[in-house]
Design a protein around this ligand. Structure first.
Ligand code: MF3
Ligand code: CO
Length: 253
C-alpha cells in the first residue's frame, strides 16, 4: 500500500496561504452582507466569482471533478455541494450554507459558513450555533503533538451531546498546493487514533451537522447532498495552521 504523507508548509508557503485565506475570508464576509430574502444562489455565485478575479485569485471549485460553479450554496436540508442556480431563491426562515475555495499564487484556501435568512426558528438558530461551536472545538484540538483523532472525536462528542448528528459521507482535509491533501479529517472517530499533528500542517476542518440522522443522499444533479430525512443541516469550515499550542485560523472573517 502506498503511504501518503501530510505536507509540512515552509514559512514562505505559509505566507502565501495566509494571503489566499485572507481573500477567501473577505469574499465570505462580503457574501454574508448579500444574503437576503429574494436573492438567488446564482446571484451569490456570480458576485463571488467576480470578487475572486478582482482579488487576483480564482475559483477553486469550478471544474473540480466537473463541478460547474464557483461556490456551493446549500439551503435547509441540503448539506453541501448545492449548485447555485436561479431556482434557489432565499426566503425568510431558510438557513443557507455557503462553501467557497480560492486558488492564489499556487495555493488553496477553503471556507464555509451557514447563515440564517430573515427570521429563523430557534431550532435552526441552535443548529447553526452548535455547528459553529463544533468547528471551534475541533480547531482548539489542532495543536502540535495531538493526534488527528482528537479533532474528530471532540467534534462528534460535542455535536451528539447536543442531540444532533455528524455527517459521515464527507470529511475535512489537508490543504495547500492541492485543494484536498492528506490527511482526511472525519468529524467522528476516537481520540487515540490517526497521525500526530506537527507545526506547519494546514487543515481544512469542516463539520457538517444534521438536525436528524446523519444519512445523506445525492440528488440527480450528481452533486447536491441532502439529508435523507429532510431535516435541516449546517456546515462550517476554516483553514487552520497547526502551530504549537496556538492553532491559527487563517480564514477568520
Ligand atoms: N469544501 C468542500 C471540499 O473541500 C467543497 C468542495 S466542492 C467541489 O471538499 F465542488 F469542489 F467539489
Ligand atoms: Co473543504
Amino acid at each position: 500500500m502506498l503511504t501518503m504523507s501530510i505536507p509540512i508548509k515552509s514559512g514562505k508557503e505559509i505566507k502565501i496561504m495566509k494571503e489566499a485565506c485572507r481573500r477567501a475570508a473577505r469574499i465570505m464576509s462580503e457574501l454574508e452582507t448579500k444574503i437576503d430574502c429574494g436573492v438567488t444562489a446564482l446571484h451569490l455565485d456570480s458576485f463571488a466569482e467576480e470578487l475572486m478575479y478582482k482579488l487576483n485569485c480564482s475559483p477553486a471549485f469550478k471544474g473540480y471533478m466537473g463541478y460547474p460553479s464557483s461556490i456551493c450554496v446549500s439551503v435547509n436540508s441540503e448539506v453541501v455541494h448545492g449548485i447555485p442556480d436561479d431556482s434557489r431563491i432565499l426566503k425568510s426562515g431558510d438557513i443557507v450554507s455557503i462553501d467557497l475555495g480560492v486558488k492564489y499564487n499556487g495555493f488553496y484556501a477553503d471556507i464555509a459558513a451557514t447563515f440564517g435568512v430573515g427570521e429563523i426558528s430557534a431550532a435552526a438558530c441552535n443548529l447553526i450555533k452548535v455547528a459553529k461551536d463544533a468547528l471551534a472545538i475541533g480547531i482548539s484540538r489542532s495543536v502540535s503533538g495531538a493526534r488527528l483523532g482528537e479533532i474528530s472525536a471532540s467534534i462528534q462528542d460535542f455535536v451528539e451531546n447536543n442531540g444532533y448528528s455528524v455527517v459521515r459521507k464527507f470529511v475535512g482535509h489537508g490543504i495547500g498546493r492541492d485543494l484536498h491533501e492528506e490527511p482526511e479529517i472525519p468529524n467522528f472517530g476516537s481520540p487515540n487514533t490517526g497521525p500526530y499533528l506537527e507545526n506547519g500542517m494546514v487543515l481544512a476542518i469542516e463539520p457538517m451537522v444534521n438536525e436528524g440522522s446523519y444519512q445523506v443522499e445525492i440528488l440527480d444533479d450528481g452533486w447536491t447532498a441532502v439529508t435523507s430525512d429532510g431535516k435541516i443541516s449546517a456546515h462550517f469550515e476554516h483553514t487552520v495552521l497547526v502551530w504549537g499550542n496556538n492553532p491559527e485560523v487563517l480564514t477568520t472573517f
